[in-house]
Design a protein around this ligand. Structure first.
Ligand code: PXP
Length: 264
């Protein structure tokens, strides 16, 4: 059932703690602990925790997922590829949400969104199995209207818009590119909301790029990881999350239709 056009105002922050596990795994021990990081992120204002269990287990491990699911007081958003192995893990743990992402072993991070149009036949029953278990399902997609439509056909609850390109263009100080990419996000968010999909966004967001995306009224959740974990080295994780939270809240409170101005 499509949602009303009066868009929701609250904006949640999901903190992705994958790279705490990256650092831990560099030495093969138990420090730093992603669960401790999750608690600190919540202390700083995170509404939920996101973790990506990759096929190659390069950062988050199966044990991390078990601990996060059993010990966290906030919702867990499990990012994963749409494979049978991951389906089994998700159905065993029943996280609050699963975000389906494309995954290639050779990539450094999730490069590009899911091919929902090409994969619709496979995705639809996959999404159905997760939803039947009471898990909210999100598809990580490029801000492309046809892909958004296919996401609704796949039965997803949510689309998470991939902000990677927008952030890269901001880092390159490409103002025209940022404006163009931001407009794609704006249109995608409006279209997704009109189709009854909840709208999230994330990837590559920083203190300097978060505000325009936070101002999109249809967007109700941002998932942010790498930048916050990097900032935590200099000032602590809670304080990095708190600052991001403040920037998001400030942007939200001054919500306007003014064009985006993202700095690198
Ligand atoms: N959303 C999704 C679906 C992702 O795969 C990632 C990266 O793991 C993020 C958000 C967060 O991106 P970043 O770590 O660049 O903030």
């Amino acid at each position: 059932m499509p949602q009303s056009r009066s868009a929701p105002r609250a904006l949640r922050l999901g903190v992705n703690i994958d790279h705490v596990a990256t650092l831990r795994n560099a030495r093969g021990g138990i420090h730093p602990d992603p669960l401790r990081a999750a608690h600190l992120a919540i202390e700083g204002g995170a509404d939920g925790i996101t973790a990506h269990l990759r096929e190659d287990r390069r950062h988050i491990s199966d044990t991390d997922i078990t601990r996060l699911k059993t010990e966290l007081t906030r919702p867990l958003n499990l990012e994963m590829a749409a494979t049978e192995e991951m389906l089994g893990i998700a159905l065993r743990h029943v996280p609050n949400a699963c975000c389906l992402v494309p995954e290639r072993r050779e990539e450094r991070t999730t490069e590009g969104g899911l091919d929902v149009i090409g994969g619709l036949k496979l995705l639809k029953p996959f999404v159905g199995k997760l939803r039947d278990a009471g898990i909210r399902v999100s598809l990580f997609v490029e801000p492309d209207l046809k892909t958004i439509e296919a996401s609704a056909k796949a039965g997803a609850n949510i689309v998470e818009l991939h902000t990677g390109k927008y952030c890269h263009l901001a880092l390159d100080n490409d103002a025209a590119g940022v404006a163009r990419e931001f407009e794609r996000h704006r249109k995608a968010a409006v279209a997704a909301h009109a189709l009854g999909l909840e709208v999230h966004a994330g990837h590559g967001l920083t203190y300097n790029t978060v505000a325009p995306i936070a101002r999109l009224p249809e967007v109700v959740e941002l998932n942010i990881g790498h930048f916050l974990i990097g900032e935590a080295i200099f000032g602590g994780l809670s304080s990095a999350v708190r600052r991001m939270r403040t920037l998001m809240d400030d942007a939200r409170s001054e919500m306007s239709t003014a064009p985006a101005k993202a700095r690198a």
